[in-house]
Design a protein around this ligand. Structure first.
Ligand SMILES: Cc1cc2nc3c(=O)[nH]c(=O)nc-3n(C[C@H](O)[C@H](O)[C@H](O)COP(=O)(O)O)c2cc1C
Length: 173
């Protein structure tokens, strides 16, 4: 049994407070690469991963997510890096592909000592004109659909404890 991998999968938690210090390129690359090795329907690899670190884009992405949430503040909890996961709807499995990619990256983040948190509303973000404008500026097709996004950075909190797992979560038949 590869216990190290299983420990990572069990111990990763959603981190909701980050240090302002930026992560290293090596750490970011390890997380992004893990995303690219996630399973995708028919192996299409149609997912587009976007790592956002420049102050201008970081604040525009965070503001867009906050606007959809309808709340002031940073929905990414001060994380210095935001990773967006999108895919064209032409891939019939786009929601599943993007979710698998995001999950790989969350686990990889924990494996390299980073904190991460899946942040919702990526779909709605890229349905807006502001979202489409970002895609244009990044030289990406406007028909990309948001699937998931994540906060990434060094945790600035105690590592959270997992809640007990629900009885009957997994059954054998
Ligand atoms: C689809 C999805 C959307 C999520 N959206 C948010 C979010 O917008 N904000 C947030 O703080 N956490 C979000 N989370 C994180 C969950 O709240 C978190 O994974 C859950 O509470 C379990 O905690 P754990 O990840 O530490 O096990 C999301 C998770 C998933 C899978």
């Amino acid at each position: 049994m590869k216990t190290e991998a299983l420990e990572v999968l069990k111990n990763r938690r959603a981190i909701r407070k980050y240090k302002p210090e930026q992560i290293t390129d090596e750490e970011l690359n390890a997380v992004l690469e893990a995303g690219t090795y996630a399973p995708t329907g028919v192996g299409t690899q149609g997912v587009q991963i976007i790592a956002v670190q420049t102050p201008e884009y970081l604040s525009r992405v965070k503001a867009l997510n906050a606007k959809i949430l309808g709340r002031e503040g940073d929905p990414y909890y001060g994380a210095p890096t935001v990773v967006l996961v999108l895919e064209t709807e032409e891939c019939r499995t786009h929601t599943y592909d993007g979710s698998a990619v995001c999950t790989n990256m969350l686990n990889a983040a924990y494996a390299v000592g980073l904190g991460s948190c899946w942040i919702h509303r990526c779909k709605e973000m890229f349905e807006t004109e502001e979202g489409k404008e970002l895609l244009r500026e990044w030289g990406l097709p406007e028909n990309l659909k948001g699937v998931a996004s994540m906060a990434l950075g060094y945790p600035d909190c105690e590592h959270p404890q997992a809640k007990p797992r629900r009885e009957g979560y997994a059954i054998k038949v």
